[in-house]
Design a protein around this ligand. Structure first.
Ligand SMILES: [Cu+2]
Length: 146
């Protein structure tokens, strides 16, 4: 049983290496955005802080029912999250801070920007109301500024 699990993990990690295909990875000329599995895409991406102190990040939401990136890291304060729907399937992402902020329906090709102010470090889910049961959920990781 354990041997079987190890074999499965090996296959997953090997397939993770193959996501760049023949385009040469993120620095390759004309390389498309990686279409990694949800497991392989959970590398946190840090929101970038503007001169106004607001942290901003854009998340692509598509027909594969995933958020890219699916994990956003920021510090306490104000965070602007722009959801860009790259597909045709509508989505409705909320940011479950306290209080939660619902982005509302975002049709294919549309964008929606949600602004949240978070004072408590923690991990806050970002589920899609339509597709959370299919695993469409991101994570906002808030840490103390240091
Ligand atoms: Cu959705």
């Amino acid at each position: 049983m354990i041997r079987r699990l190890v074999a499965l993990l090996t296959v997953v990690s090997l397939s993770g290496c193959a996501i760049w295909g023949t385009e040469g990875g993120p620095s390759g000329a004309g390389a498309a955005k990686p279409t990694a599995t949800a497991e392989a895409s959970s590398v946190p991406v840090t929101a970038s802080r503007g001169a106004d102190g607001v942290q901003r990040i854009e998340i692509t939401i598509g027909d594969d029912l995933r958020l890219r990136p699916d994990t956003v890291r920021a510090t306490t304060g104000t965070i602007e999250i722009t959801f860009r729907n790259s597909g045709v399937t509508p989505h409705d992402i909320s940011v479950d801070t306290v209080p939660a902020v619902d982005g509302g329906n975002v049709n294919g090709g549309d964008t929606r920007t949600v602004t949240v102010t978070v004072t408590q470090p923690g991990t806050y889910p970002m589920p899609c109301a339509y597709h959370v049961t299919s695993g469409m959920q991101g994570t906002l990781e808030i840490v103390d500024p240091s």
